[in-house]
Design a protein around this ligand. Sequence first.
Ligand code: HXC
Length: 258
Amino acid sequence: AGYGMIKVETRGKVGLITLDRPAALNALCDQLMTELGQALRAFDTEAAVGAIVLTGSEKAFAAGADIKEMKDRTYPAVHFEDFIGNKWETVLTIKKPVIAAVAGFALGGGCELAMMCDIIIAAETAKFGQPEIRLGIIPGAGGSQRLIRAVGKSKAMDMILTGRMMDAAEAERSNLVTRVVPAESLVEEALKMGEAIAAFSQPSVAMAKEAVNAAHELSLKEGVRLERRLFHSLFATEDQKEGMSAFAEKRKPAFRNA
Ligand code: HXC
């Protein structure tokens, strides 16, 4: 409610957030990131929503952090306000799966925002890049750490040191995105994926997401230990009983997120 730079709607069990700052190709200014954080948190606590889709326009998912807003900031200012850290990482705190549906430019902070989501689906028109080097800076929202985990060192260095863009086909080949779809069906396909996820038991979905994301942070042994703990804990849910009983009784499960 009352958002100026994003549009927010619910489609079935999926929360849809559309970045909507067309005059600046969805450049991620302070206001936009504040609104995005509020919308993500609102969907995360809305019981009827089981997954979230984040998208932009046909021309741009987001062309980066807002360069004009950043250009006069000083070192002490960005340091003490924790520029990026204090607003951008809300998406990492969301428990429900967040699917980035990317068409057009996903550059700099736009690419980093997509990589903070759990899954990226790309339109054939998508172009990913970390062009910060051209501005005399480097990625600041995790790009240097997340891109290498997705595509490996050589390609991550290539992207970050040359600032070149990668098209959708290369992004799929490089495992940056799960799949590429025609631009006109991008949002529909992302919503379909969201709906499929939202049909499952929310506790199991949240724990699956947590376990997979933890693989980037933990050793294999600690990661497996976490997975085992989360796995065991699901036996405390009614939905585990329902899911397994339904299988044994040859019927569809009716999950209650309990
Ligand atoms: C502010 C931006 C912007 C940005 C585009 N615009 N990107 N404004 N910040 N990141 C504005 C333009 O100034 C222009 O405004 C309008 O959007 C349309 O853009 P054009 O350049 O005219 O469009 P086009 O010729 O189609 O070129 C598209 C483009 C180019 C290739 C994507 O806009 C571009 O190179 N943008 C910057 C990409 C970039 O460097 N991103 C990284 C930012 S740094 P006017 O008013 O002139 O019409 C970053 C740091 C991350 O993200 C660190 C932590 C998050």
